[in-house]
Design a protein around this ligand. Structure first.
Ligand SMILES: O=C(O)CCC(=O)C(=O)O
Length: 265
């Protein structure tokens, strides 16, 4: 039996395509998440970034790894259906928190979010991973766009810096160049979404988003969770997020005191 918010088809599609829409995942927590985003923007953490170059219109704010200091985020992580749904989708007994990410595009921000896979920026690898991207405003144009099946690609996609567009791990040649899914006729999935809906996607899924030319804000809360087989890996340089001083070694499970298990069934 899967969680009542989803069906077996969600699980099968997640395994096959690496991405599914979950209607209403955070429907009872929208106001709480909005309050958390307001706190986050009023009091940004050390990793907060503004992602527009001089002269670009609008505002594209992002920040991550704040859930331990923003009670609304912690409450949603621990007390919404997200852990149970994550376990079903990943086919995992355990669910561990990796981190949260807030991404806000104010109205009139035409800058797209570049195509990227999250996995290559992270210091963790595994088949059982899931990221939930949840808009806190109705969204059509600036919804998340994902390339179905890209979690099965043989080579990871080269990670780049969003603002400067530099390579993240300069000189590494294990990566494939960033493709252009629209020009290359890839199967891009995207949905018009209501606040509280979530796109669930594997860390290896190639994804991006258009700019927000709509008259309302596009606030999004993203939550990254891990399953049974996730292990720490070394990268060729500092990762994003960096988690300085983590002290983990290749092949270890992520340390429980920083990345707690929120479900173990
Ligand atoms: O919100 C966006 O524009 C992009 C989100 C994203 O890349 C993510 O949640 O991993």
């Amino acid at each position: 039996m899967v969680h009542p918010l989803i069906t077996q088809k969600h699980v099968d599609d997640y395994q096959h395509d690496g991405v599914v829409l979950i209607k209403g995942l955070f429907k009872d927590h929208v106001e709480e998440l909005r309050a958390g985003v307001e706190t986050n923007m009023a009091d940004p953490g050390p990793y907060a970034a503004e992602n527009l170059k001089e002269g670009e219109q609008g505002r594209f704010f992002d920040d991550y790894c704040n859930w331990t200091r923003i009670p609304e985020f912690e409450n949603v992580i621990r007390h919404s259906p997200v852990a149970a749904v994550a376990a079903d989708l990943m086919q995992s007994k355990s669910v561990q928190v990796f981190h949260d990410h807030v991404l806000v595009k104010e109205p009139g921000t035409s800058k797209p979010t570049p195509w990227h896979q999250d996995g290559p920026y992270y210091f963790v690898e595994g088949q059982q991973t899931v990221s939930f991207w949840a808009p806190l405003d109705p969204v059509t144009e600036a919804s998340l766009r994902c390339v179905a099946g890209s979690h099965q690609w043989e080579k990871p996609v080269l990670p780049t810096r969003w603002l400067s567009e530099e390579d993240f791990y300069a000189g590494e040649d294990i990566y494939m160049p960033v493709p252009d899914p629209d020009a290359e006729n890839m199967k891009v999935v995207e949905w018009a979404m209501e606040p509280g809906d979530a796109v669930a996607f594997n860390y290896k899924i190639l994804h991006g988003a258009r700019g927000n030319n709509a008259p309302c804000r596009r606030r999004a809360f993203s939550l990254r969770l891990l399953g049974d087989d996730a292990r720490y890996v070394e990268r060729a340089g500092p990762t994003s997020p960096p988690f300085p001083g983590h002290g983990m070694k290749a092949g270890e499970k992520l340390r429980e005191d920083w990345f707690p298990t929120i479900l173990n069934g």
